[in-house]
Design a protein around this ligand. Structure first.
Ligand SMILES: [Zn+2]
Length: 201
């Protein structure tokens, strides 16, 4: 005698052997696909694909140090990046050393670094920019720096907001409690799987 099991997405016929009472799937009966489930998959196909990909990317980012913007690429979206020259210009008069290793910066090797990775923050704001040497910038790549650099960034922003008008504007946009906002960004990025480096160099 055939017994139908309740399945959400598909169903099949379970048959019991007459004497042994053993159950087996009756392959001759085929598989019934729930038409409502099919409709659901068809209707939400794009969203479901993205959700699955996103979860994969989040998982992989933890394992692939230095492979930035994976989530973005998987979703096939490009977040526009602005030229970083204006931030360099604004910071250069005040900062002569690498934010991380504190080595004196040579003109040709100055990099504008997103302290909290661009992939996470998805915008260019000077509160998140520092000048770094090529080595530190490359090591850091799409990862988070050790927390002491977040503290240093907050201090930098506090001490220079009166001197750099662009910084003043960007901190104003972050709100009264910008220190907490920056810290929250760091914590959130960490929770999303961004690796926190133990040291830069
Ligand atoms: Zn450096």
């Amino acid at each position: 005698m055939g017994v139908k099991e309740k399945k959400i997405f598909f169903d099949y016929k379970i048959t019991r052997e007459k004497h042994s009472n053993k159950k087996y799937i009756d392959l001759n009966a085929g598989i019934d696909i729930n038409p409502k489930a099919m409709q659901f998959f068809k209707k939400y196909n794009i969203v479901l694909k993205k959700a699955v990909n996103l979860e994969w990317a989040k998982f992989l980012e933890k394992l692939n140090l230095g492979v930035p913007r994976l989530i973005q690429k998987t979703e096939g979206e490009l977040i526009p990046r602005t030229a970083l020259g204006k931030y360099r210009k604004a910071l250069e008069p005040y900062f002569k050393n690498c934010f991380y290793c504190e080595k004196h910066l040579l003109q040709k090797e100055i990099h504008v670094d997103h302290v909290i990775p661009f992939d996470y923050i998805a915008e260019d704001s000077i509160w998140n920019f520092t000048l770094a040497c090529q080595k530190c910038n490359c090591v850091k790549s799409g990862s988070l720096p050790p927390e002491k650099y977040i503290v240093k960034l907050i201090e930098r922003n506090k001490n220079y907001r009166d001197k750099i008008s662009m910084l003043e504007k960007s901190l104003t946009l972050l709100g009264m409690n910008f220190e907490k906002v920056i810290h929250d960004h760091f914590e959130n990025a960490m929770m999303q799987g961004y690796v926190v480096l133990k040291k830069i160099l």
